[in-house]
Design a protein around this ligand. Structure first.
Ligand SMILES: C[S@@+](CC[C@H](N)C(=O)[O-])C[C@H]1O[C@@H](n2cnc3c(N)ncnc32)[C@H](O)[C@@H]1O
Length: 325
């Protein structure tokens, strides 16, 4: 299989938003995901269909690309058929939406997470389909733009192909279904069928302009957590989010180390919010909330992990807030 040859952890790399926009297919199809909000209402978020991402890969001819990029795309093709499969350090599950990401969006809907501050830096670690970030962007694009509010949204996934095939298409879909677009529709953007969006040069141009108007700066990073370079990404964040990333004991130290560095640098005492959504137990994989808490406390004596939301229906799930000392 394509992934057997790969053993080394993927290195940190920035994936340029422009290059992802340039390789968008002419149409993306999507289905709705329902996010319960803390006020009892629901938000419907459009997500790209996996069969559509698969179609893009096939029609772009993954075989035409050479080197590591080709291996990455070949394995993306493989995993699009089995999005729940996790193959450590090859494909880590980002193509599929995992249920705790919805819990995290629900939790965010009930708190002030700081997006009204003058400058907010947000990092979603292990973003995949990026539901918490989509919730935040939906809120931003649904309020009037303000010059006094600048938002830096950084998205990290182990696999660059996930950022390209799923994360950015989802962001475009969220933007397109927000009230921000109404302002631009008068500029001639056509209406689209409910389940598919035509990606025209005009639409992409309007998306770019919208980001500028709303002062939203998006950057994408792939690679392993231990290689994540805060020097390149611009330092600490005000809001660090992660969901369904604590499943494997082996990767807990690198995840926790990144979360800690991303919130709290040694010479810095800024305010931050660090939220982790996870199942209480990941059967058969080893990780879970207890192991995560132990590892946080072993890494940073004095750090506090507090449960801020708990879901007991089905598998027990939690949203936790971490305070580093
Ligand atoms: C199970 S998926 C969860 C995706 C998404 N947060 C959700 O809840 O739907 C785990 C995510 O963590 C990332 N990930 C897992 N292990 C990683 C590692 N060692 N280094 C970097 N990223 C990793 C993967 O890329 C993937 O996006």
């Amino acid at each position: 299989m394509a992934w057997e040859a790969e053993t080394a952890r993927k290195p940190f790399s920035e994936v340029s938003l422009d290059s992802v926009l340039e390789t968008m297919p002419p149409k993306i199809s999507h289905s709705p995901l329902t996010v319960p909000l803390s006020n009892g209402s629901v938000l419907t978020i459009p997500r790209r269909d996996l069969f559509d991402a698969r179609f893009q890969l096939i029609s772009q001819g993954t075989g035409d690309v050479e080197g590591p990029e080709s291996a990455e795309l070949m394995s993306a093709l493989q995993f699009l058929d089995n999005p729940s499969d996790l193959v450590p350090l090859v494909y880590e599950g980002g193509l599929k939406t995992w249920e705790c990401s919805v819990d995290l969006a629900t939790y965010l809907s009930g708190i002030d997470y700081g997006a009204r501050s003058t400058k907010t830096r947000i990092l979603e670690i292990g973003c995949g389909t990026a539901i918490p970030t989509l919730y935040i962007l939906h809120s931003i694009f649904s309020s009037p733009p303000s010059k006094e509010r600048e938002i830096h949204v950084h998205l990290q996934d182990y696999n660059a192909s996930v950022l390209q095939l799923i994360t950015i298409p989802n962001i475009i879909l969220t933007w397109y279904h927000s009230s921000a677009v109404r302002t631009f529709r008068s500029g001639g953007l056509e209406d689209h069928a409910e389940s598919a969006l035509n990606i025209t040069p005009q639409l992409l141009d309007t998306f770019r302009k919208s980001l500028e108007t709303y002062w939203v700066h998006i950057r994408l990073f792939s690679g392993s957590w231990e290689s994540f370079d805060l020097g390149i990404t611009g330092g600490r964040y005000d809001l660090v989010l992660t969901s369904e990333t604590i499943y494997r004991l082996d990767s807990l130290p690198s995840l926790i180390h990144l979360m800690q560095r991303a919130c709290h640098l040694d010479d810095d005492s800024g305010q931050y919010l660090c939220l982790v959504a996870a199942k209480a137990v990941y059967f058969g994989v080893g990780g879970g909330v207890a192991e995560f808490t132990q590892c946080v406390e072993a890494t940073n004596q004095g750090a506090r992990v507090e449960t801020v939301l708990e879901k007991k229906s089905g598998v027990n799930r939690k949203v936790m807030s971490v305070q580093w000392l």
